[in-house]
Design a protein around this ligand. Sequence first.
Ligand code: ADP
Ligand code: MN
Ligand code: MN
Ligand code: MN
Length: 364
Amino acid sequence: MKTIGFAEYIWLDGTRPTQQIRSKARIVHVPETPVAADFPAWSFDGSSTGQASGEDSDCLLTPVRVVRDPRRGEGCHLVLCEVLNTDETPHATNHRAHLRRVLDAAGAEADPWTGFEQEYTILRAGRPLGFPESGFPAPQGPYYCSVGADVAFGRDLADAHAAACLDAGLMIYGINAEVMPGQWEFQIGYRGIEGEAADALAMADHLWLARFLLQREAERFGYAVSFANKPVPGDWNGAGMHTNFSTAAIRAPQTGRLAIDAAVERLSRHHARHIADYGDGLAARLTGLHETCSIEEFRAGVAHRGASIRIPQPVAQKGHGYFEDRRPGANADPYRVAACLVETVLLSDEQRARLNPAATRAAA
Ligand code: ADP
Ligand code: MN
Ligand code: MN
Ligand code: MN
């Protein structure tokens, strides 16, 4: 059975330094439970998205991940796309293509998983929710995981978004109010549900689709969403995208502890290169205050929220599981962060140099 419905094609544009989400819709005739290959390729005007010049403006959209559209309903889908040049090579802004190559080189047995904690700030009239027209709210303390109209601001959006993610079929893990008023977090990743995996490419796709849904739900409330790393300067927490990471070896009881130690050691040697890929304006957030480690330093620790890499206490006790990279900013691209982690933890220097000559040059 085929149905007729809306397909919202979603892609990442050429805005610098932080790529933005673009989308447009068309009517398609696809199977009831379609896969990406059921959707036609499409194109867009790259001269309007910072991805092409006016004389040669077409960029191609290749569908790569499909989920239900929770708002438009039955027969309607969100279609995440990669951007290609007209000769079908990946466009320079297409970092998903690089992650695919890195994952191929790592091999399927390594089975890397990622879990993303996406923090964001809800703005109305240019101010975070909970901030008065002039001056500041009471100091941080009561807002994290808060309930009540005097301390929790924006639950209408956070809840609508979480429900939309669940209805779409995204692997949303949870939500919480954050330390700064108007700031929230949602997570995408492994949920401990039997039979569910959290492979890095799928989770990065889900995160981009969840960001799309967040922006689209926010429109309904008249809110703007900011992914800025430090939306309010001074004694207010920044916004990050902590990235939780594991491989088959890290998750296995026999090999977990050694594999985590080896991964952390490798990560310590590539700090500067990772910082360059972990989002724009990170220096304002990674100050060494507000539960961060200074951008200049690399530190790892069990349960340590002032570390670059945190081993959660239960993981340290069990000796296997995952670790958390606390450095990525809220505006980081999950494809680039995942590629950094997979490259560093799983590839040899030679493999890395072959896949990524530019990064090797930058590190030199
Ligand atoms: P925090 O304590 O840092 O606030 P959260 O509860 O917000 O952590 O998020 C935990 C994240 O870790 C989730 O995204 C979850 O999917 C992810 N996660 C759990 N287990 C694993 C694992 N084995 N590999 C990778 N990520 C994992
Ligand atoms: Mn969290
Ligand atoms: Mn958080
Ligand atoms: Mn965290």
